[in-house]
Design a protein around this ligand. Sequence first.
Ligand code: 5GP
Ligand code: MG
Length: 180
Amino acid sequence: MNINLDIEKILVSEEAIVQRCKVLAKQISEDYEDKKPILICPLKGAVSFFAHLCEQMTIPMVYDFIKASSYAGTQSTGIVNISYMPTTPLKDRHVIIVEDIIDTGRTLSAVVEELKKEGPASIELACLLDKPSMRKVPLEAKYTGFVIPNEFVVGFGLDYNEEYRNLPYVGVLKPEVYTK
Ligand code: 5GP
Ligand code: MG
């Protein structure tokens, strides 16, 4: 069994992602020179993007994690639960939340509100993928990898029922996978 065979089409190739991570990391490194930002990775979907992005950063920085969830299967529940908070003090620090995908925006806006309570100097968002047509709450990332159409995607950290996160690209599953 090879998980690549479950993919109907590749939306964003591995090469394109790697290249885009380099460009975004360069931009962030320039914008945050001398600011020693805290990059925060929402688990688990953002892990691949986060690692690629951080590896390409050239300025002093620290990183931490947060765990928030709103999804079961392919349907948004609209309920956001935060089960892990960063342990790094965020007070007066410049925070960048590095997310895999912004869909309705509900998860990330809940995360932003939670982190604001810690009194950071600033909070900005970086996302690998953006589905602007799905937005339910106003939210804009300062750094965006790719704008994609409203399709359920997997790979490069994104899952379907916890699987497919390890694919090195972003793709769409074959319809029969959902009825397995
Ligand atoms: P939002 O709160 O913006 O609707 O949802 C954001 C979260 O939903 C993402 O962090 C991700 O975990 C999940 N999500 C949204 N769209 C997709 C998608 O197309 N594929 C996968 N695998 N997860 C998605
Ligand atoms: Mg996520």
